[in-house]
Design a protein around this ligand. Structure first.
Ligand code: AMP
Ligand code: GLY
Length: 418
């Protein structure tokens, strides 16, 4: 089979790496890919949001299956375009991808079907939004409706922060159209856990649990980022919670999507917070998480191509998915300054020495320049290690990371160690 993977981050490197282990795969193309993906796939310089360019390529090169990493092409309808041309692709169509691409859609959907989530209201008028926060008090959570690369959620501690967030989103348009409408919701407290599921429209198979570390600095300090590290499993997850969440949340979500006339096929990412009143949904995403994929896929024993084909063909209830017992920890090495301004083009050294320690190095913002690999993005690398305990995995990841260097390298020192 010939596969195409769309995207260029650590998540896509993990996807290409896992897919390349399937005996039925002859060749993988990645659009546009990065310096790490290039070692195991042919990278073609078509941007992930050039849906027609990607579909033309898939048609011309007779690609058997396309797997999409990021949300933007899914939200823009890449699945509809491919399916319209008779090309096989894995992911939700444009309508179903609204579960991530519109917070207004997903919140109203949860309300309609009694799925547990924070109380909220939607606003398109900043004055009404301000009246509402004055009534509700603080802290309060303000979310841009649309996609904002993980930066569209502000937890406002006081009135000044809340007003700034409302103005930034609705007047200053810091997230463009994504801030035309906002959701203001109740602040919830508790440990967070993420459950990703394979979905075929009717059935779902939950993956092992995971937990992202969104804050830039140790002990969850500093600004939100795309994700500075992840662990799997989540230490706060257990059988009892799993049963409850699978039945009352994930299963119900799929049933509701079907009733809405948009059966959900693809990866469903359910971000949950375990409150005193029970688990509540913080958000849905319509794809693998990054860096959650970098801890989940290394624990997967089953052939990923088999699972994806079962999803596409609606026979997920007929297959069995197996996971490694070992725990996984991924630590992200970022460019100095990330998530704010950072420099690019710094040479990365020590990758071979790090790999000798038995870790997986997933590239994100990297670029090959002749015989050098240089930084080309905010998140640069994700180092994933497996171990019998989470601490053992974390130690291995950090030992490997100690071999790697580039000017300004920045990473959290506490992933998997608490
Ligand atoms: P989201 O993109 O909606 O998942 O939000 C990003 C992060 O903001 C989440 O992972 C939480 O840490 C935090 N967050 C979002 N909504 C809430 C809420 N209602 N209460 C507390 N924290 C929240
Ligand atoms: N790591 C969070 C996300 O991928 O949305």
């Amino acid at each position: 089979m010939k596969l195409m993977v769309v995207g260029s981050g650590g998540r896509e490197h993990a996807l290409v790496w896992k897919l390349s282990q399937s005996p039925c795969v002859d060749k993988i193309y990645c659009m546009p890919g990065n310096a790490g993906i290039e070692e195991i796939a042919e990278c073609i310089n078509i941007p992930a949001d050039d849906i027609n360019g990607l579909a033309d390529y898939a048609q011309k090169h007779k690609i058997d299956l396309t797997v999409v990493g990021p949300e933007a092409p899914l939200a823009a309808g890449i699945v509809d375009e491919f399916e319209g041309r008779g090309l096989k692709i894995f992911g939700p169509n444009k309508a179903a991808a609204q579960i991530e691409s519109s917070k207004v859609f997903s919140k109203e959907f949860m309300k309609k079907y009694n799925l547990p989530t924070a109380d909220f209201e939607v606003f398109d008028d900043p004055d009404k939004a301000i009246k509402y926060i004055d009534k509700k008090g603080f802290p309060i959570v303000i979310k841009a409706e649309g996609l904002a690369q993980g930066k569209g959620v502000i937890i406002a501690k006081d009135r000044a922060e809340a007003i700034k967030a409302i103005n930034d989103m609705m007047q200053e348009k810091v997230f463009g159209k994504a801030g035309n409408r906002i959701v203001i919701e109740e602040y919830l407290e508790g440990p967070e856990v993420t459950i990703l599921s394979f979905c075929d429209g009717k059935h779902f198979l939950p993956m092992v649990s995971s937990k992202d570390h969104k804050k830039a600095f140790d002990n969850d300090k500093g600004p939100n980022t795309g994700g500075m590290g992840a662990i799997s499993p989540s230490p706060t997850y257990n059988e009892e919670l799993a049963k409850k969440i699978e039945k009352n949340i994930i299963g119900k979500t799929l049933e509701a999507m079907e009733i809405e006339g948009m059966p959900y096929k693809g990866i469903l990412y359910t971000g949950l917070i375990l409150t005193e009143k029970g688990p509540k949904v913080l958000e849905y995403n319509c794809r693998f998480g990054d860096p959650e994929a970098q801890v989940i896929l290394p624990r997967l024993n089953t052939d990923l191509v088999d699972i994806i084909e079962a999803c596409i063909e609606g026979r997920l209830d007929k297959i069995n998915v197996e996971w490694k017992k070992e725990k996984a920890v991924c630590v992200v090495a970022a460019s100095g300054g990330y998530p704010k301004k950072y420099k690019k083009g710094m040479e990365i050294t020590g990758l071979d020495q790090a790999r000798e320690l038995g870790v997986q190095i997933f590239h994100a913002g990297t670029l090959r320049q002749e015989d050098k690999i240089v930084t080309s993005g905010g998140r640069v690398l994700g180092i994933t290690a497996l171990g019998d305990t989470q601490q053992e995995a974390a130690k291995k990841a950090y030992d490997a990371l100690a071999k790697i260097n580039f000017e300004g390298i920045q990473y959290r020192k506490d992933i998997g160690l608490r």
